[in-house]
Design a protein around this ligand. Structure first.
Ligand code: DC
Length: 673
């Protein structure tokens, strides 16, 4: 959701609650390929919905698989190992888990059944090696053209119907650059196992073995029993056939779990953080991250399909670890190292260099910006926590894991940063690769000191365009939005419905204190009922203005309004946001526009909604309301002394938002220097 150029996180201080993980990326894309190749229909539950699975689904559709969606379930009608489409151009984004196995499967299918398929991706995909896989396939008789640099996508695989493959000798594949090459072969070779056993031998030390374990476990679910001799030799028995398991449940993503395990270890101080979707039953190697986190101090209780994490040792303990078995989750350890005593040294991570970005270089550069001391080499990184933390703008390199990891640096207050510093995450939307809602999920679990959460107040008279401006600004910044007028309007509506007299101040205050009001995006719910339209009516506004004049009502609504001040920030609009509710706000804006201009705007607004209106009446109304809001004793409408005035009579909405955003940049520490 955060389609922003950047997201600023204020200092965060605690975390609690429960999170349900999105489906595992590794499992999702393997299952999709197997279901696509199998005979019959596979119903997949809990599939990850992300960039990487989307490109795989599009590829399957382009190849003639039909897909049916039913809520969170997906039914895949498999090809049964027979090509239905013999020519296709596939775009695979930056998904290695789609590019490698599809290359293998289509190369084998084209070589035997005939066809020509092009596989390409984003520019970074074209920098990620695939030569070892090509080298393994060519000796069989597969024709593979490298359309760009030798050894890299884009590729074209092609062949003639009736072609045969040389499968009597073992295939050889290197295992020391990426385990995905071996995975690709194991997933695809059952397609051509009719004539005899197919043997794959691994050359060099096989890295990331746990990912190969996922491959073997899923092949077994599809009826294929690979025989394995150590990690060197794998045999697909003659006549291996993909058989759909019918229904398949995708586990939560264990690599995604690592951010929340780390969050718990750092910030679940009072109550544990519950993580649902993976646990001790997981087939994903990255669940091994839990042991590494424990070694650093996390207290983790593992259930079959859930984890409960809380802070144990604090500060965390530095570790030295060979991370070959948990390459993706190991990135999270590099960030936990910021909170550890001593230097954390992670080795066996050469594969980081060929992932979404060169992750060793990226991590070293970004952690250094925070003040950490970082040493790195071909296959290791060593991190010593900052002696002094720096507010920093952190690059994410179009790498989802960089963005998710670096967000954890916002807890620097807990490491004693004095003062605690905010951080900026660039291009937060890159998490869409595996965890589209990551930042929303994180922010729902964390607590900040309200005084450290930035607030921009937008006050002004009726119909000055505050609401529109404030909502648009909140959206641009990715902040929360408080429409305080709606709070008074809802109080008035609740009073009307409950038959409370507008002259009974005490009863109105009691009602206000117990108001069951919920903001759900653009909808406003009162006791569960959507009252958005009713609240906006003119007569509700007029009643609100009367209710709002009562000091006891204003007092009763004070705490509710304060509770909106949550990370990452708040834009609050009303009459007294800058004067009474958030007097310490770092930026206060007072909107002015002539009464005539405001009457014109309100008129246009009403007409567009099909409501009849007359400008002269509206002007009289607005002037009367201004007078009442200004002259009341309790929090009268006026500009805070340090408010910046914005006359938007002549400004469109974008220009008004630009103006306020510019003022915010001048005050935001992350925009200085
Ligand atoms: O902004 P609005 O028109 O939705 O506000 C409705 C009424 O509530 C308005 O007449 C004044 C009152 N109000 C207030 O007194 N203090 C606020 N912070 C917001 C609104």
């Amino acid at each position: 959701m955060f389609a922003l150029p950047h997201l600023d996180l204020p200092p965060l201080r605690a975390a609690a609650g429960s999170v349900r993980l999105p489906g595992s990326k590794s499992i999702s894309n393997r299952v999709l390929l197997l279901a696509g190749l199998a005979d019959g229909v596979t119903e997949v539950h809990g599939l990850l919905d992300s960039d990487d699975t989307r490109v795989m689904l599009q590829a399957l559709q382009a190849l003639g698989c039909s897909l049916e969606r039913d809520g969170a379930r997906l039914r895949v009608h498999g090809l049964g190992g027979r090509l239905r489409v013999h020519e296709a151009e596939l775009f695979l984004g930056n998904a290695g888990t789609a590019m490698r196995p599809l290359t293998a499967a289509l190369a084998l299918l084209a070589a035997t059944q005939g066809g020509a398929f092009t596989l390409r991706g984003v520019p970074r995909m074209h920098e990620r090696p695939i030569g070892d896989l090509v080298d393994a396939l060519r000796p069989l008789g597969c024709t593979i053209d490298e359309l760009g640099e030798p050894g890299y996508p884009p590729l074209r695989v092609r062949g003639q119907a009736g072609g045969s493959l040389r499968l009597d000798a073992p295939l050889r594949v290197r295992g020391d650059v990426s385990s995905q090459f071996l995975t690709a072969l194991l997933l695809a070779l059952p397609l051509v196992s009719d004539a005899g056993d197919v043997v794959v031998e691994v050359e060099g030390e096989l890295i990331s073995k746990p990912y190969v374990e996922i491959t073997l476990a899923l092949l077994a679910r599809f009826g294929i029993a690979v025989q394995r001799e150590g990690w060197r030799r794998f045999t697909l028995p003659q006549g291996s056939r993909y058989r759909t398991p019918g229904v398949l449940e995708v586990e939560g993503d264990a690599s995604s779990a690592s951010y929340f395990v780390a969050l718990g270890a750092i910030a679940a101080i009072d109550t544990p953080l519950r993580i649902e979707g993976v646990g001790s039953d997981s087939i994903q190697g990255d669940i091994g991250f839990v042991d590494a986190a424990r070694a650093m101090g996390a207290q983790v209780q593992a259930h079959a399909n859930a984890l409960e994490v809380r802070r144990g040792r604090w500060p965390l303990q530095a570790i030295a670890l060979d991370c070959n078995a948990i390459p993706d989750a190991a990135m999270t350890l590099a960030v936990m190292a910021l909170y550890a005593q001593g230097t954390t040294r992670l080795t066996g991570i050469a594969s980081w260099r060929v992932k979404e970005t060169d992750r060793i270089a990226a991590m070293a550069a970004e952690l250094a910006k925070l003040g950490a001391r970082v040493d790195s080499g071909d296959d290791f990184i060593a991190v010593t926590p900052p002696a002094r933390w720096h507010a920093a703008t952190l690059g994410t390199y179009d790498d989802h894991r960089m963005a998710m990891c670096l967000s954890l640096a916002a807890f620097n207050a807990l490491a004693g940063a004095a003062p605690p510093v905010p951080i900026r995450i660039e291009d937060p939307a890159c998490v869409a690769k595996t965890f589209p809602d990551y930042f929303e999920t994180l922010l729902a679990l964390v607590r900040a000191d309200p005084a450290e959460v930035p607030v921009i107040t937008i006050d002004g008279p009726s119909a000055s365009g505050k609401g529109t401006l404030a909502a648009a600004l909140a959206q641009r910044l990715g902040w929360h939005f408080l429409d305080s007028g709606a709070v008074y309007r809802a109080t008035a509506l609740a009073a009307l419905r409950a038959g409370v007299s507008l002259s009974d101040e005490a009863a109105l205050a009691r009602l206000a204190a117990g108001l069951a009001l919920h903001f759900d995006g653009a909808r406003i719910l009162l006791a569960g009922e959507d009252v958005s339209d009713e609240l906006r009516r003119e007569d509700t506004g007029a009643l609100a203005s009367r209710v709002a004049a009562l000091p006891a009502v204003r007092q009763a609504l004070h705490a509710l309004q304060l509770s909106f001040r949550r990370a990452p920030g708040l834009v609050a609009d009303g009459r007294d946001m800058g004067t009474a509710i958030f007097p310490q706000a770092p930026l206060k804006v007072f909107l002015t526009a002539s009464a005539a201009e405001r009457a014109k705007r309100r008129h246009k607004q009403l007409i567009s909604k099909g409501i009849e209106a007359n400008i002269a009446d509206l002007l009289a109304d607005i002037e009367a309301r201004d007078e009442r809001d200004r002259s009341r004793a309790a929090s009268p409408l006026r500009a805070a002394e340090d408010a910046l005035q914005l006359d938007n009579s002549q400004l469109g909405i974008d220009a008004s938002v630009d103006a306020v955003q510019q003022w915010w940049r001048q005050r935001n520490p992350l925009d200085q220097g």
